[in-house]
Design a protein around this ligand. Structure first.
Ligand code: G6P
Length: 588
């Protein structure tokens, strides 16, 4: 994971890097560091914790060239010494890294046998020493960086600040990297969002390419060092405002934004959808894949495609792809679901699918992502930047797009438009009806509880799973989602007096089963909370939802998102930055 940012331009480089890192915190925020060059000397400032609220860093603002890093620890504890950038032994360069050096132990032993001493537990320090080792062979620094990078195994992207030539170098393999250009200023970062307030002119860096930046840019192939041409592209980035717009947290802002983001995700014409529809019609089997919340969206999309389009569709957790490998066939379709488009597990799953000549489709929120580039059919979720680590609006956007595909496959494209209009109106009404305050009241009753359950069935099953994950992520409460059918097969042993059990009840063929479940948990003393169209004596607390039939899941998730937010706030936790999590998980 981790975010990297470099700047070469006018004075004030440490400030620019600090601002860029703040926009990269979705990649990790356990510690951060900035290295700035001034008068051929590199000064580094590092701190444990998030850079989020930092206003000023004690580095010389006369510097016009600097790099920085925001970390999600993989190797070595969360301590100042393990924070990046790391300085070389002679102070001539500083290096920051995003990824995992899979062969770091082997490389470390080799370097130790040559006399190198290590002062951190990071795999990153191995790269620093490797660059030193290659530099000692009297080769040009660019060559030393290139050769060191070639020794690394795994998905790694590095950025270096070199004092001798006053240059920044960045090398990519796997983890993302992009360059931004604004007049005489150059930005090098993990994503476009981090500098989208500055420029929308970008240069893409592919895997196994490196860039050398001083006043201009050189792009080289890592394999042989040959220079390659590059094009400056204009990205269609709406001025991505990273602004809470008056809300206390991004999470609640993003939850409320679902009033329009769900619609945005479905604004594709039939002509735009047709190439995918065609591929799906020709496929023997369709798979959906994702990780975390995106997996639950993928799972819900698979459910919808099975139910609404009668297709053979299997959902796959990206990190459990191995047993499917031999089933994949040419022309089968795999639909990747991802907010960031950079999740390493999902990318690896797609690499397997591509080896098998499958057709790759994706629904991704971030523009210019790796998953987007790997896709034969890319659809953007168009939710706007999602800053809160816990995904909310991207989930409903992805699922809504899945409905659009399912309805279009069965020649009901227009019918879906009516349905999504109604859904949008009902979401508006839900917020107007005071759902946020209502769940706020419920939170006061529940905040002291430690164990919670949520049960769903059919179309609401994935909503139970995603709802439970949401609450776990932001409140650290033990919250489990189950299929209601599982209750009798073991889960019921966990039900005791007073334990809160949420029941998601739609007006569908599963209603009676869900009410029987409510009765079973209630008779064992559970405190039942019904998320349903109609109240029932079986509910101790009732949250009224509209009847949107097949589209119910898209609105039924909202009470859980709000609960997750309210519990975090009640517990004085920051819902936007839960402990140990990162939004963009670019390592395995
Ligand atoms: C991490 C995040 C989750 C996210 C998952 C997949 O686990 O904490 O919120 O759902 O990655 O991310 P993606 O960007 O692929 O949707």
């Amino acid at each position: 994971m981790c975010g990297i940012f470099g700047y070469n331009g006018a004075k004030g480089a440490p400030f620019k890097v600090k601002e860029g890192l703040k926009r990269l915190e979705d990649r990790g925020y356990d510690s951060w560091g900035v290295a700035a060059l001034k008068n051929n000397r590199i000064d580094i400032y590092k701190r444990v914790g998030s850079i989020g609220e930092v206003n000023k860093i004690p580095l010389d603002e006369d510097s016009s060239i600097a790099i920085g890093h925001t970390r999600w620890a993989t190797h070595g504890g969360v301590e100042n010494k393990n924070a990046h950038p790391h300085l070389s032994s002679d102070g001539s360069f500083a290096l920051a890294h995003n990824g995992i050096v899979e062969n770091f132990q082997e490389l470390k032993q080799d370097l130790q046998s040559k006399g190198y001493e290590f002062s951190t537990e990071t795999d990153t320090e191995v790269i620093v020493k490797l660059v030193e080792e290659h530099s000692n062979k009297n080769i040009d620094f660019t060559e030393a960086v290139r050769k060191a990078f070639k020794d690394l195994k795994g998905r790694n992207t590095i950025i270096l600040l070199d004092a001798t030539k006053s240059r920044i170098y960045a090398v990519r393999n796997g983890s993302p990297l992009v360059v931004g250009i604004k007049d005489d200023e150059i930005f090098i970062a993990s994503d476009t969002l981090s500098f989208s307030n500055e420029t929308n002119q970008i240069i893409e860096v592919e895997n196994n390419q490196m860039v050398e930046v001083n006043r201009g840019i050189k792009k080289l192939e890592v394999s042989n060092g040959d220079e390659v041409d590059y094009k400056i592209k204009k990205m269609n980035l709406e001025e991505s405002r990273i602004d809470k717009e008056g809300h206390p947290h991004f999470m609640i802002k993003e939850i409320i934004e679902q009033k329009h983001t769900i619609r945005n995700a479905t604004l594709y014409s039939y002509e735009e959808l047709f190439p995918l529809i065609n591929s799906i019609r020709q496929a023997e089997h369709v798979y959906t894949v994702g990780s975390g919340t995106a997996y639950f969206a993928a799972s819900q999309i698979a459910y919808i495609l099975r139910r609404e389009s009668q297709l053979n569709v299997t959902e796959i957790k990206a990190y459990e792809i191995s047993s499917y490998r031999d089933l994949f066939k040419k022309n089968d379709v795999i639909i990747a679901v991802s907010q960031s488009g950079e999740t390493a597990d999902t990318i690896e799953a797609l690499e397997v699918a591509k080896q098998k000549d499958m057709t790759v489709a994706s629904i991704v929120n971030m523009i210019g992502s790796t998953i987007g580039k790997m896709s034969d059919h890319l659809f953007l979720a168009r939710s706007g930047p999602e800053i809160c680590v816990a995904a909310t609006k991207s989930f409903t956007a992805q699922v809504a797009w899945g409905y659009l595909v399912a309805y279009s496959l069965t020649n009901r494209f227009n019918r879906f438009q009516d349905k999504v209009d109604k859904l949008t109106t009902e979401i508006e009404k839900l917020f107007e009806s005071g759902i946020v305050q209502d769940i706020g009241q419920l939170t006061k009753t529940l905040v002291k509880e430690e164990h919670f359950f949520v049960l769903g069935k059919g179309k609401n099953y994935n909503i139970a799973l995603e709802g439970a994950l949401k609450v776990k992520e932001t409140s650290y409460k033990h919250f489990e989602g189950f299929a209601s059918g599982e209750l009798k097969h073991g889960v019921i042993a966990l039900i005791e007096k007073g334990v809160p059990v949420f029941l998601i009840v739609s007006e569908d063929e599963n209603k009676e089963d869900m009410l029987s479940t409510a009765s079973e948990v209630k008779s064992r003393g559970a405190y039942t909370i019904g998320i349903a169209r109609n109240n029932n004596d079986l509910f101790d607390y009732f949250i009224k939802m509209p009847n949107l039939k097949q589209l119910d899941p898209l609105i039924n998730i909202i009470p859980f998102q709000i609960l997750s937010y309210k519990l975090a706030v009640a517990l004085e936790l920051n819902p936007d930055k839960p402990r140990n999590l990162a939004k963009s998980v670019t390592v395995k």
